[in-house]
Design a protein. Structure first.
Length: 158
């Protein structure tokens, strides 16, 4: 099956994430988003009208302030319908776009229970284990969120 990278806006990407992602929610801020599309059964060659979105990726500033150095881009969400190779194609597209924009490093996170095959295929490597915690503190009260477990931070030099 042939997959194509297509542009996506934040609202469209967030709508896809809300509909298909099993544990993450929409993002507020972002730098760019991309989608991957597969031919629909009604497709004519090179006719984008009959391609259907099978995944999205949303990239933005790193959430961790210590990593927000202006040269690092975080891939905040990747969500697919399970199409073969869609995740690694999205990660690779985000890295190409980030390199073209002048970024030097791309990072992302997975749950500790996920093995990261798509990330390895896109050139990422695991660099740190991060414990899950609540973000509420006395100086910055925030609504508690559901903890989903520890995470692994992945990194790729651009």
């Amino acid at each position: 099956m042939s997959l194509r990278i297509t542009p996506m806006d934040r609202d469209g990407a967030n709508a896809y994430v809300r509909q298909h992602h099993r544990h993450s929610k929409s993002v507020v801020g972002y730098k760019f988003a991309v989608a991957v599309a597969k031919p629909s059964p009604f497709n004519q060659p090179n006719n984008f009208q009959f391609w259907e979105t099978c995944g999205v990726a949303i990239a933005g500033r790193p959430v961790a302030r210590a990593l927000d150095d202006g040269m690092t881009l975080e891939i905040l969400r990747v969500c697919t319908d399970g199409a073969r190779n869609a995740c690694s194609k999205l990660y690779a597209a985000c890295c190409r776009a980030a390199r073209a924009l002048g970024y030097r490093r791309a990072i992302t996170y997975t749950l500790a229970s996920e093995i990261g095959t798509s990330l390895r295929a896109a050139g990422f490597r695991p660099v740190a284990e991060v414990a899950d915690r609540q973000w509420d503190c006395p100086s910055r009260p925030r609504q508690e969120r559901d903890l989903v477990g520890g995470k692994v931070r992945w990194e790729r030099a651009l």
